[in-house]
Design a protein around this ligand. Structure first.
Ligand SMILES: Nc1ncnc2c1ncn2[C@@H]1O[C@H](COP(=O)(O)OP(=O)(O)O)[C@@H](O)[C@H]1O
Ligand SMILES: [Mg+2]
Length: 165
């Protein structure tokens, strides 16, 4: 069975634009939301995650989870599971029990998600960030399943309302 899918684009001119998308998505997040982030080192995966966390109401510093694989934050509207799977082995993944995160009470943000495609749920929002000049970043969103496909359609409308797409 194929699931519903949709895409969206966002040309961020600045970190504030990155935060605008992150904040918009954080408002829609619900228990079990999974957002897969990809893009080269320095693209802005962690910056995006920090803005998302702030919009969720997470208190304090959200730093890169590179060496811990998962950092959990409980102080926001929903628990936030911030992951960096760059170094994640299959054994570690089995130990962690990733399904507990994907289908848990909180929202999962996964940096370098495309390195572990088989460990991710089918329904998710995938975001690829491409670095351009200066603070410019091109975001490509791919929503697989609901509500993610709808979010992509709604974001396209919201972004155009803001003057850019
Ligand atoms: N529009 C933008 N969005 C996100 N980060 C940006 C943007 N413009 C410049 N930056 C800078 O790019 C860097 C992104 O770093 P980081 O988020 O750690 O990347 P990653 O986690 O993808 O390796 C930061 O230094 C940030 O200040
Ligand atoms: Mg990072």
């Amino acid at each position: 069975m194929t699931i519903e899918a949709a895409e969206a684009q966002w040309s961020a001119e600045s970190e504030a634009d990155t935060a605008r998308l992150a904040g918009w998505l954080a408002q829609r997040a619900e228990p079990g939301t999974v957002i897969a982030l990809d893009g080269d080192l320095g693209a802005g995966k962690t910056r995006f995650s920090q803005a998302f966390a702030a919009a969720l109401g997470v208190a304090g510093v959200v730093s890169s989870p590179t060496f811990t694989i998962i950092k959990e934050y409980e102080s926001g509207r929903l628990p936030l599971y911030h992951m960096d799977v760059y170094r994640l082995s299959q054994e570690e993944a089995d130990e962690l029990g990733l399904d507990e995160y994907w289908y848990g009470r909180g929202v999962s943000l996964v940096e370098w998600a495309s390195l572990v495609p088989d460990l991710l749920p089918e329904r998710k929002l995938s975001i690829r960030i491409a670095r351009e000049d200066g603070e410019r970043r091109r975001f490509t969103l791919q929503g697989e399943g609901l509500p993610y496909a709808d979010w992509c359609r709604e974001w396209t409308v919201a972004a155009e309302g803001g003057g850019r797409g």
